[in-house]
Design a protein around this ligand. Structure first.
Ligand SMILES: [Zn+2]
Length: 204
């Protein structure tokens, strides 16, 4: 796909993320791979109000072509594309996942795995400690975790997911939000899938 088509792909995803209520105000940022570069949403804007020209094209090192100011969390996005199979990165501060991220959590598994769909697409969700948004430390740590999986929870902040296309990255962000919502609805009742049930699903 050429630059313009990829910008449209990114805008479509922005619309979906807004329609699903995964972002609020100017929060959240999204990127897609475009040839050897990255297209990313601009800083300080509502994702639902963007046009093609607002999308910022940057090199893999985060430097920008021409005008436009990319999301302040661009470093984190750049790190996502170190993996050759990643075509899209979604970062949102969706309500239930963010509420979850404010609780004391097991850093290797933030929340019980409640459903088979979640077990397959997310599984045991790791949590990074709170790190300043936009910082190199956050980008480095997120990059390390995402080298081996497609999602991570950021303490007191939100969610970061990657996928081999926009739908894939979006689905994972939605699954995380839904599983976190189930966690709060259950309020300590019920239980997630057992280790054995999760392992069986992972085997396919
Ligand atoms: Zn953020």
């Amino acid at each position: 796909m050429n630059d313009s088509e990829q910008r449209q792909t990114l805008l479509q995803l922005c619309g979906q993320v807004c329609a699903k209520g995964l972002v609020c105000g100017s929060g959240g940022n999204i990127s897609v791979r475009c040839d050897g570069d990255i297209l990313i949403t601009p800083t300080g804007r509502n994702l639902g109000a963007l046009s093609e020209d607002d999308v910022v094209r940057m090199r893999p090192d985060g430097s920008v072509y021409g005008g436009g100011v990319p999301s302040r969390e661009r470093r984190m996005h750049c790190r996502c594309y170190v993996r050759a199979d990643v075509a899209c990165a979604v970062h949102v501060h969706s309500t239930y996942a963010t509420a979850l991220s404010c609780l004391p959590l097991d850093p290797l598994c933030a929340v019980p795995v409640y459903t088979p769909g979640y077990a397959i697409s997310v599984g045991k969700l790791p949590v990074l400690p709170y790190l300043r948004p936009g910082s190199k430390e956050l980008a480095d740590m997120a990059g390390e975790v995402l080298a081996g999986r497609n999602s991570v929870l950021l303490a007191k902040h939100g969610v970061l997911t990657v996928g081999n296309n926009t739908e894939h990255a979006l689905n994972i962000a939605e699954e995380i939000e839904e599983n976190a919502r189930i966690f709060f609805i259950l309020a300590g009742r019920g239980a997630g899938l057992t280790e054995e049930q999760q392992a069986e699903l992972q085997r396919g």
